[in-house]
Design a binder for this molecule. Structure first.
Ligand code: SAM
Length: 218
């Protein structure tokens, strides 16, 4: 994402915020309440109790609202977003979470997070979408200990707007394998969107060559 694209992205969301107020429409989602389904799917892979979580491109921080509404305890949540107006809203809304506009402080990035989640960040057409995705997945890999999950619009559709970016699920899966052999791609909750999960923490039983969670079946 070059500087011009960053400015345009911020401006686009600011315009939506002016038009729609604090709402899913301001985040570029439709008015159908599906943001929660996306959080549910992103959170479906791991038990994040007592974990640190980074929500990359957090918007209003509503994933944190979803986590607390689900009653998942002791989650140290951090949200970051390039849009300062979203971060202002999130900071007032969720007082016990941490939010950053733009870059994470170096200390926080170095300390890392157990999990990183990212919803809706990769959906706009850029000059080099795959370059942007690779850069961020590399950073997620470096910055998280246990796993990361990211969603995308799929290119397996009949129609695409010229301003949206639809990723090839096979290409994203291929990228994900660079970080771990323990990957899951879910395209079972919406036909035109998918989520990739990269697990970095699962331990393998050396005798059975099975991830420990599945040992009870052998
Ligand atoms: C579709 S919205 C989704 C917001 C939130 N993840 C949710 O689902 O409620 C995408 C968000 O990504 C943010 N974003 C886009 N590019 C970004 C970047 N390079 N770094 C951080 N945030 C970014 C936007 O400002 C926007 O808030």
């Amino acid at each position: 994402m070059n500087n011009k694209e960053i400015r345009e992205t911020i401006e686009r969301y600011n315009q939506r915020l002016e038009e729609h107020g604090e709402s899913e429409e301001a985040l570029g989602w439709g008015p159908k309440g599906r943001a929660k389904l996306r959080y549910e799917i992103l959170l479906s892979r791991w038990d994040i109790t007592s974990s640190s979580v980074l929500d990359f491109g957090c918007g209003f921080g509503d994933m944190y609202g979803y986590i607390t509404a689900k009653g998942i305890p002791y989650v140290a949540y951090t949200g970051m977003d390039i849009n300062s107006r979203f971060i202002d809203i999130a900071t007032h809304k969720y007082r016990d979470a941490k939010f950053y506009n733009g870059e994470l402080p170096e200390r926080a990035a170095k300390a890392g997070f157990d999990f990183i989640f990212s919803s809706g960040v990769f959906n706009h057409a850029l000059e080099d979408n795959i370059g942007f995705i690779k850069e961020k997945l590399d950073w997620f890999d470096k910055t998280c200990k246990r796993g990361f999950a990211v969603n995308f619009l799929s290119n397996r559709v009949d129609y695409q707007y010229d301003y949206t970016y639809h990723a090839d699920p096979a290409e994203i899966l291929q990228l994900a394998y660079q970080y771990s052999n323990n990957v899951v791609l879910r395209n079972d909750y919406m036909p035109f969107e998918f989520t990739i999960f990269v697990d970095k923490g699962a331990e393998v039983d050396e005798e059975y060559t099975v991830y420990n969670d599945y040992l009870r079946y052998v």
